[in-house]
Every structure is written in C-alpha cells, then in structure tokens.
Design a protein around this ligand. Structure first.
Ligand SMILES: [Zn+2]
Length: 348
C-alpha cells in the first residue's frame, strides 16, 4: 500500500477537519487508532504545491483579513533559500501582512544557480525574478546573500546566522516568514539550513542577546524584537505541524503575480504565454489566456497552478488558504510577578 493512500485514508477518522470524507477517501486504520497525520486531498490538476501531510494543533486559528492597518509600524522579513520558496508557499500571507501595515523585506540566501538554462543564466535570471517577486508582494527592498545553491549545508551556520542577526537588527524586524526548520521531510539541503539559521538568529538578535555580536550594537544597531514567526512547509513531500491557516482569498492575485515573476524556475513564470504561442502555431487559441502575454501568464498561473491552495482553503471554508506553524509573542512572567507584588506587598 502506498504511504499517501494509507495516511490519506486515515483522515476519514478526522471528521472534525472536515475534508477527507468529502473527497471519497476511506480508511484502513483500525478504529482503536486515532490518525496522527492528515493527508491533503489532491485535486486532479494539482501542481503539488501543498505538503503531503499535516499535523493539526487543537488550538488552530484561521487568520482572516484584519481591517485598517493593524500592523502599521511593524517590520516583516520573508526569508527564503530560493526565489520560489516564499512565492509558492507563503506569498498570499506576505502580501496580506504588508497590506495590513507591515513594512516588508524579502531576503534570499542562495544564488539559485541550479535553476536556469546554465549555471550562469540561473544566477542572473533568479536575481531578476526575486526582485520582481518582491515588488509583486509589496516589499520595500530585497536582499540576497548568494550562497551557492544546494550547497548551503557546507556553509558555516555561524556565518549565515550572524548575517541574519545583522539584517534583523538593521531592519528592526518584528515578524519573520520562513520555511519550517522542523519539516519532516525535505530533499533540498538548503531549506532546513535556512529555517534553522532564521530561528536561532531571531533569538540572538533580540534585546536579551546584548552580548551577541556586541560590536553591531556599538556601531549603532539596536536589538531586534522578533516576536512572531510564520513557518511554512515545503511541498509536496513536506509534513509539518499546522496551528494557523491564513485566508489569502483577497490576496490570491498578489500570489499569482509573484509566481508569474518567477521565470527561472518552477511551474509558473511565462508558461502561459508559451502555451498561447504554441496554440497559435497550431491555429488555435484558448480564450482563458486572452490576447497578450501578460494576461496569458496571469491566467495560466491562477487557473492551473493555484488549485492546491483552493483545495486547501475548501477544507477550512475559505476560497484560498496557506498553512503555517505560527509562533507568537511569548508571555513575560515578570508582568504577572509585578502585579502580584503590587497586590501583596505590605509595609515593613
Ligand atoms: Zn527552495
């Protein structure tokens, strides 16, 4: 029995999450067991952009649009190994948070040299793609560290971390979006390196990390108070813990445009205009693709590439969704202690 079918089938016991039965899956899992992982139903036209399996936390929150600009004054860093990581898996959420007031920055750690016609073309094309994707998401600025693609596990973690600490302090980052460093399965050696570096850098860049690289502080940088993390899984092989589903329905066009910008790699880019030209050479046209390249690229990605996020959204009653392991601000026990002292302290 293949693993996807077995685990997918097991969702039938998880009716609370609603999806599996509706997609006709059945379970071979004996009733004495409760499913520990949930497979996401795959639409027939899946581009394999959502993880195979999710583990859902019992305090799962659906994050919806927040009116006004509640994040005004806060800074978000979307950090990725490769130019298509954020665009494919978290672009809707990044666009939403920026629209809700965050100042956003996109930081790419590799040089993406393995994703191009040749190694050299890969570096150039993906640099352009990364910049254009950042614009589509509303980011203020884009940075690249240019580590060699698929070789990041040979780089010194301590150097990557230090560079991120510098960036977090320089930009005064409050929130990060990055790949989950605890994703259970990943063939790409760069992803987990980046996830782990981000997590440790968030902590060490903080006000409590005053003895971490003190020369940065002496040079004028201030500690960064990174209090929120959105960790996304990779796909399709990934399996991560999900406690937050973000309704990206209002931002699906931002996500589409960010993926159209990724021309050097992945399933999106300019495939729409290529299909349009190939049909025209046969004397045909697809009305969906319109009459120009921009329309063709946009419509192709929205129609053929975003279906996984539509299917994911359907599980939670929204049109399009992205999923995360969200880590929020930690409670400060000293607040409670101070309150206790105020209430209970007596005169000597
Ligand atoms: Zn990647």
């Amino acid at each position: 029995m293949d693993r996807r079918r077995f685990l997918g089938a097991s969702v039938a016991g998880g009716a609370a999450l609603g999806g599996a039965a509706a997609y006709g899956q059945t379970s071979n899992l004996p009733s004495k067991f409760k499913p520990a992982a949930y497979a996401l139903p795959r639409p027939a036209n899946s581009a394999s952009l959502t993880a195979d399996y999710y583990t859902y936390a019992d305090d799962l929150v659906i994050e919806r649009n927040r009116p006004g600009k509640p994040h005004q004054g806060k800074v978000l860093a979307a950090i990725q190994a490769h130019s298509d990581d954020i665009t494919l898996f978290a672009a809707g959420t990044v666009a939403k948070l920026i629209d809700e007031g965050y100042t956003g920055y996109l930081i790419r750690l590799s040089n993406d040299e393995k994703a191009g016609r040749t190694v050299g073309y890969g570096v150039v094309q993906n640099e352009i793609d990364n910049r254009e994707a950042a614009k589509a998401l509303g980011c203020k600025k884009v940075f690249s560290f240019y580590y060699r693609n698929h070789r990041m596990d040979d780089c010194a973690m301590i150097e990557i971390r230090q560079r991120l600490i510098f960036m977090f302090r320089l930009l005064q980052v409050n929130t990060v979006v990055a790949m989950d460093p605890y994703d259970h399965y990943d063939e790409n050696p760069d992803h987990l390196v980046v996830g782990k570096a981000v997590e440790t850098a968030c902590w060490m860049a903080s006000p409590g990390g005053g003895r971490e690289y003190p020369e940065q502080l002496k040079a004028g940088l201030k500690p960064a108070d990174v209090r929120e993390k959105y960790y996304h899984s990779r796909a399709p092989q990934g399996h991560n813990l999900v406690n937050r589903v973000v309704d990206i329905s209002s931002y699906i066009d931002h996500k589409v445009r960010a993926n159209v910008a990724n021309k050097g790699k992945g399933p999106a880019g300019d495939n729409g205009s290529r299909l349009r030209r190939s049909l025209a050479a046969q004397g045909k046209k697809l009305p969906l693709l319109g009459d120009d390249d921009d329309t063709a690229n946009f419509q192709y990605v929205k129609q053929f590439i975003m279906e996984d996020f539509r299917t994911l959204g359907r599980q939670f009653g929204v049109e399009y969704a992205e999923t995360f392991r969200y880590i929020g601000p930690e409670q400060d026990h000293r607040d409670w202690m101070r309150k206790y002292v105020d209430e209970h302290a007596v005169s000597l």
